[in-house]
Ligand binder design. Sequence first.
Ligand SMILES: *Cc1c(COP(=O)(O)O)cnc(C)c1O
Length: 401
Amino acid sequence: MELNEIIELDKKYFVNTFGNRTPVCFEYGKGINLWSTDGKKYTDLFAGIAVSALGHSHPNLVNAIKAQAEKFIHCSNLYYIESQAKLAKLLVDNTCADKVFFSNSGAEANEGAIKLARIYFKKKGMPHKFEIITLEKSFHGRTLATIAATGQDKYQKPYSPLTPSFLKVPANDLEALKNAITENTCAIMLEPIQGEGGINLISTEYMKGVRELCDKEGIFLILDEVQSGLGRTGKLLAYQHFGIEPDIFTLAKALGGGFPIGAMCAKDHVAKAFEPGDHGSTYGGNPLACSTSFAVMETILNENLVENSAKMGDYFIGQLNKLKEKHSFITEVRGKGLMIGIQLSNDKAKEIVTACFENGYLIGNVGPSVIRVLPPLILKQEDIDGFIQVFDRILSNFASK
Ligand SMILES: *Cc1c(COP(=O)(O)O)cnc(C)c1O
């Protein structure tokens, strides 16, 4: 089909929550590249918002999907599922978690974390402990509970009244957090690096302080690693940067490398609060999702993609900092590994992203003044060099505008 026919169908039949999309439709991909229906080649430095960690059509992922689909795709959680058990073990072996529950998305994984924190205290005879403190500028998903947890008005406004019992505090302000904790608090939930809020870093001092506060108050630290997890920041889990461990953390995005799956991971003493009947999912952890995710996880581990993310991230951030010296409207380059934000002093982020697209590079913006780069973890130095050259030229054009 021609692009204009696809756009026409979309406008006529699809609920318009995504507005005017970038005018392109991709037909196939390989590695870091995507090809559009009109035959143009693109370099993908956005990975479908930190999802396609292995790039596109990685043979390990494709073969895992094929092999499982040929056996069978789905059975219910009334039966034991080999790939589910194996994937849970792989996650536990490589993280601080003791137990895992699978969902279909990041928001759903966060719902599971919120429910687990609440039910834990209910079962301990402390039903008044149900409030969760989250951070301003955070993003935790699009369900009613997770938009209430999210610290951004734009996601919440249309849906008030919001699910109650979520409190917001500013990031990196330990005093504010201390003051917000009451006898009703059951958990603090945050992203180790805020993604949708604009690649905002959390300081090590703050994270350590939050951990200490949680221990002192006997409440849980929930980390939303949906975007930061599985190598994105140059560590397998972003909490490893801080020298702390959460009680509960959530994963999705890179976990399936493009196949929908999420996970709620917890320490054993917390996870025990979920007993038969307390939580569930029809699709969550089904054979196809788990065997696909197992192949993705194994590939990330076996092909040293976490180390590659750290190394390429350092190089990428270094090269971007050189551009910052040259183009004064770049005021900051921030991030860890391959989770990178470029702060502008103007509101041209969207226009610059569009110019990159027109030059064959896919990146993103968050809000008007932050450009976001989230490449596949298989990124090579030559990919970065190619982009930097084009980006430099584009920035020069914008400087003269
Ligand atoms: C993307 C994201 C979510 C939501 O994940 P979905 O799969 O879209 O539900 C939650 N938390 C964070 C930090 C995210 O980046």
